[in-house]
Write a protein that binds this ligand. Structure first.
Ligand SMILES: [Ca+2]
Ligand SMILES: [Ca+2]
Length: 403
């Protein structure tokens, strides 16, 4: 008889194992609560959500073709912008607690610098070994990895933590054109970052009402003002603001392409692999969805409204799910127009533009292969320990003959 099973037979070992399992579960519960019990602090602006109403994301593909529209070229985006230089964040100061009742601890959102020069944003996933970002941050236009190194930086109240990595895992469906969908990648870290860096889970559900909840977008991209757009050379400061998804990206791309991809892509994105939002000024004239799609009139979050700009790419949009902030989208690309509703014609992160985020929950199986804890599955080590504890408690098939 194997020694391990013999050891587990006596009753005293069962009690010891039960105690061990209890301590294990308690420790695990404590660990997972560390980042949700942060002291609530005032939100960035603390202002109310202007014009917020309960909506559902339109999950259908029934948007009418928009006909002939002068689209500005899409731009793979890299951060978040709004009023010029506003919405900055501070380490150790969770945001929007007064708005949502639960503040977002954004300290786990990393500033990513590839090969010393290209900036994107990423979110540390539960488990502490992987950073979720956009595929276009690490690939060329054919989808092949074209960077060799990244420095990830998290700024905490206690100081700055950096990690280098040269391991990039791009989703196999990514073609190199963000408008095709599949724009997500993982950065693998050789060692987990310290547990005082917050880490996040991905929302894997598709409840239309939840997909349409206000999201907090976080990124290190260019600053700017919605009336004019982004300001070159101004990235590197972490900002956070609000927006909300209104449509499945497939429906939007299809409508603007009158049935096919209008951006030089090779396909329409798969259903619900992306989500789309517009950047509202609060005026009907700049309401992009309201302009093109009958009934889609929503004027945004007023001073809290943000759009994405270069440097925000890969950055997370968080949604509140049962009291926890989870990642609903990651910044992928946007496009403007050569006239209204675009406040400053061209794709330049001005009001009246439309953006598309990847929905990582659509790629839960991919993520689970690396960071299972991030999609609600126990990490492998925990599975092994819990299985051991279950066997110890006599819950396992201890009498099953060994092969
Ligand atoms: Ca709108
Ligand atoms: Ca524009």
């Amino acid at each position: 008889m194997p020694r391990s099973r013999r050891l587990l037979c006596p009753e005293r070992w069962r009690w010891a194992a039960a105690l061990f399992a209890t301590v294990l579960l308690a420790a695990s519960a404590f660990a997972s609560s560390l980042h949700t019990s942060a002291t609530l602090q005032p939100g960035l602006d603390g202002s109310s959500i202007a014009g917020y109403q309960e909506l559902a994301v339109d999950l259908g593909t029934a948007l009418s073709p928009v006909g002939s529209v002068s689209l500005a070229d899409p731009q793979p985006l890299y951060v978040t912008s709004d009023g010029n230089g506003t919405h900055t964040t501070s380490a150790g100061a969770p945001v929007y607690g007064s708005t949502f009742g639960v503040a977002l601890d954004h300290d786990g959102v990393a500033d990513l610098i590839f090969d010393g020069s290209i900036r994107c944003t990423g979110a540390l996933l539960a488990g502490g070994r992987y950073i979720l970002t956009a595929a276009h941050c690490v690939t060329d236009s054919t989808g092949n990895v074209n960077v060799t190194n990244v420095q990830a930086r998290w700024t905490l109240q206690s100081g700055t933590i950096t990690r280098q990595s040269n391991t990039f895992i791009v989703h196999s469906s990514y073609t190199g054109n963000a408008t095709d969908g599949g724009d997500l990648a993982l950065i693998e870290l050789a060692t987990p970052v310290p547990v005082d860096v917050p880490r996040y889970e991905v929302y894997t559900g598709t409840d239309p009402a939840l997909l349409a909840q206000p999201t907090i977008k976080v990124g290190y991209g260019l600053k700017g003002y919605g009336g004019t757009g982004s300001v070159a050379g101004s990235s590197g400061t972490k900002r956070a603001g609000l927006n909300r998804y209104e449509f499945d990206a497939r429906a939007v791309v299809r409508a603007f392409g009158n049935g096919s991809n209008p951006f030089g892509g090779s396909r329409l994105p798969d259903p619900l692999t992306g989500l789309s939002y517009d950047f509202d000024s609060g005026l009907a004239a700049n309401d992009a969805f309201g302009h093109f799609f009958f009934g889609a009139n929503d004027l945004g979050f007023g001073a809290d409204e943000v759009g994405a700009a270069p440097g925000d790419s890969g950055g997370p949009s968080f949604v509140l799910v049962n009291g926890r902030w989870q990642i609903l989208g990651i910044t992928s690309y946007g496009f403007g127009f050569k006239g209204l509703p675009d406040a400053n014609p061209g794709t330049n992160s001005s009001w009246g533009e439309i953006y598309v985020d990847t929905r990582p929950g659509a790629y839960a199986d991919f993520i689970a292969g690396f960071a299972p804890e991030a999609v609600g599955l126990p990490e492998p080590g925990t599975v092994a320990l819990l299985a051991l504890a279950a066997v110890a408690l006599g819950l396992g098939s201890a009498r099953r003959p060994r092969r």
